[in-house]
Design a protein. Sequence first.
Length: 86
Amino acid sequence: RWTGRRGEVRCGTTTLCQHLSDVPGCHKPFCLWKHPELDGKETFYFVGHYLGYVAPSAYRMCFPLSVTKWWNERVLGKPFFTYDGC
């Protein structure tokens, strides 16, 4: 299982996230703010756009619930993954 962080400014993370979102089993992150180009790509969590609330313990609120992952994998037999393309 791979988890990691990749990317810099202007290096194609938007394109990568668009390709990832087309893969079966992909669940996009939640973002409080709507942006036409970046919607479904990143959460903007660590830049303080959640009304100034930036607690690492609350970062998981930007992603699907654990029960969603369980339901997809165990009940539906489908793959599941998510990402945050900061």
